[in-house]
Write a protein that binds this ligand. Structure first.
Ligand SMILES: Cc1cc2nc3c(=O)[nH]c(=O)nc-3n(C[C@H](O)[C@H](O)[C@H](O)COP(=O)(O)OP(=O)(O)OC[C@H]3O[C@@H](n4cnc5c(N)ncnc54)[C@H](O)[C@@H]3O)c2cc1C
Length: 317
């Protein structure tokens, strides 16, 4: 039996949805002890969500006499200390902005191998899967060493509930803050849009959007639906949408309850990024488009007619 840690990311004190796939991966074939590490002196608010996916111990990681939220150095030192103290063999986290920064620091402190951006994990063989060469190939990487650190692409691994009763514990670390940097303020981006990887509903546009201005019809619909807007790579490459909202193998992996693909052919590289969506709706004027083999509901029609009509109907309630 191995001790597996998962760095749990929160937003406004709530466990981010993208953590659940990471916890599912960390469970492996079962039989491992799963520690959910939360950067807070009080991890109790995370208990309910974490135990639903099989976390047995929810650990509040804090630093003695210091505000752990104020310094990435301190966070990494406290996490590394908790990893050693709890005898954690593999530490997982999200390959998110925070995960990329923190997991690398923790691996450096522990002098442990680090693999980031993984889309698959096999804890029996100690292997991980990653995309290489802009998604053209998959690589299976064997990780050696007694302890290793692994970042997983948000939503790349399906979240599978495995309810248990978790214990909430705390680990107060005596580590010192080297004082090299301080987080003074966290400013949200200009976009009011819901984070794509956390969104419950996504409406995406493809190549036929034809301009950035035309994306407005998707944003109007998204506003009524409470959705985030995504795009295919063709739309991004053509400059109609920013790369930050690209969905697919070389973009974001998303897992919303509802995914509406507007003028998207359904290429495998796009599908790779949204296939775990609960319900997929395709809007395409070609009845033979591959998206119709992959969606739950299909609308054969011109997106420039269908989407505004949908927005109007939704507005009327
Ligand atoms: C290594 C690699 C990585 C890649 N990574 C990604 C990735 O991350 N994400 C991604 O999306 N792609 C990726 N691609 C590209 C992918 O193969 C496709 O080329 C791309 O997804 C196609 O985008 P599209 O469906 O928007 O455009 P198109 O292939 O041009 O399809 C447009 C579709 O819209 C329909 N249509 C046209 N006009 C209308 C209209 N007015 N109303 C309704 N329907 C209409 C057409 O019938 C067609 O089905 C990758 C490719 C490679 C080789």
């Amino acid at each position: 039996m191995a001790n597996i840690g998962v760095l749990i990311e929160t937003s406004d004190n709530e466990v981010k949805k993208a953590n659940f796939g990471v916890i599912s991966a960390a469970r492996g074939e079962g039989g491992n002890e799963i520690f959910g590490l939360v950067l807070s002196s009080d991890a109790a608010p995370c208990k309910e969500a974490a135990q639903e996916y099989g976390v047995q111990k929810v650990v509040g990681v804090s630093a003695e006499g210091a505000d752990i939220g104020s310094s990435p150095d301190l966070q990494a030192s406290a996490l590394a200390d908790a990893t050693e103290h709890l005898g954690i063999d593999v530490l997982f986290g999200l390959s998110s902005a925070q995960g990329k920064d923190l997991l690398a620091r923790v691996a450096a402190i522990l002098n442990a191998p680090l693999v980031m951006d993984c889309v698959g994990v096999n804890l029996t063989e100690n292997t991980v899967t990653k995309f290489h060469f802009a998604g053209k190939t998959y690589a299976s990487i064997k990780v050696t060493g007694n302890r290793w650190v692994c970042g997983i692409r948000p939503n790349a691994i399906e979240a599978r509930p495995a309810p248990c009763e978790a214990e909430v514990i705390s680990h107060q670390s005596a580590v010192q803050d080297p004082g090299r940097m301080k987080i003074r303020e966290i400013k949200k981006g200009d976009s009011e849009q819901v984070d794509l990887t956390e969104a419950e509903i996504i409406i995406s546009g493809g190549n036929p959007m034809a301009s950035a201005e035309n994306f407005k019809i998707l944003y109007d619909c998204a506003e009524v639906l409470g959705a985030a807007v995504g795009a295919s790579r063709s739309a991004v490459d053509a400059g109609f949408a920013p790369h930050a909202i690209q969905v697919g193998q070389t973009g974001k992996t998303v897992s919303p309850k509802l995914y509406i693909a507007c003028g998207i052919s359904g290429a495998i590289q796009h599908f790779a990024g949204m296939k775990t969506s609960k319900t997929i709706v395709g809007i395409n004027k070609d009845a033979e488009a591959p998206i119709f083999n992959k969606c739950d509901y299909g609308v054969v029609g011109d997106l420039f007619e269908v989407v505004p009509a949908l927005t109007e109907v939704l507005k009327r309630g």
